[in-house]
Ligand binder design. Sequence first.
Ligand SMILES: Nc1ncnc2c1ncn2[C@@H]1O[C@H](COP(=O)(O)OP(=O)(O)O)[C@@H](O)[C@H]1O
Ligand SMILES: [Mg+2]
Length: 227
Amino acid sequence: MIEFKNVTKAYNSTLALSNINVSIDRGEFVFFVGPSGAGKSTFIKLLLKEIEPTNGNIIVNNTDITTLKRKEIPYYRRKIGIVFQDFRLIPTLNVYENIAFAMRVVEAPNKDIKKRVQMMMGLVGLSSKYKAMPGEISGGEQQRVALARALVNNPAVLIADEPTGNLDPETALDIMDLLKDINHAGTTILMATHARDIVDRMKKRVIAIEHGVIVRDEQRGGYGYEN
Ligand SMILES: Nc1ncnc2c1ncn2[C@@H]1O[C@H](COP(=O)(O)OP(=O)(O)O)[C@@H](O)[C@H]1O
Ligand SMILES: [Mg+2]
């Protein structure tokens, strides 16, 4: 489903990724681990087509995304959901409208928006808080809203860049349970993280990147660093 072929990314003189080859199947749950500056976010940005590789090809669903035309990019990005460490909700919109926003930008009909947003709020356990503003709910709840927003357009892939980084350990595990459910329902999940406990507990595929190179790729792997 996702294939990086000989992908290199240089930022001026910094080689962020060096000749990366990796392939990820539909339905997988993959952790990206490695020290700060290793190239994890660069990998994610390449996949979102926020940046272009210096060399190599990135194939997603049989399409080489390096050849997409500018006008095809928004359509491509719609197939990928993303959540970040800092949630990135719109502070002036309530929970319902934050989730609905992702459908409004793709001009979905109101009837569909209402149905999908209610369904997503149920999935993340926030149906009773639909009128709350982001500032009135906890960090864990904000991350649930961010997850609902990322999934509302039914993407095939969910990318999570340090999604538990701002959460206490217990809340982080709740979010991981949700991600597990979402993965079981068929969504491919790629998660970059420093959370040793979580990686060790989940026993999923682990890809370790160091200095822009994949140094380990194992099924049912552990975090493997001392933090
Ligand atoms: N926009 C940029 N311009 C220059 N160097 C960058 C840029 N973004 C990242 N880098 C460098 O590329 C390397 C990989 O960064 P990054 O992908 O953010 O790592 P990680 O997410 O694993 O911490 C680092 O050396 C970083 O300083
Ligand atoms: Mg990063």
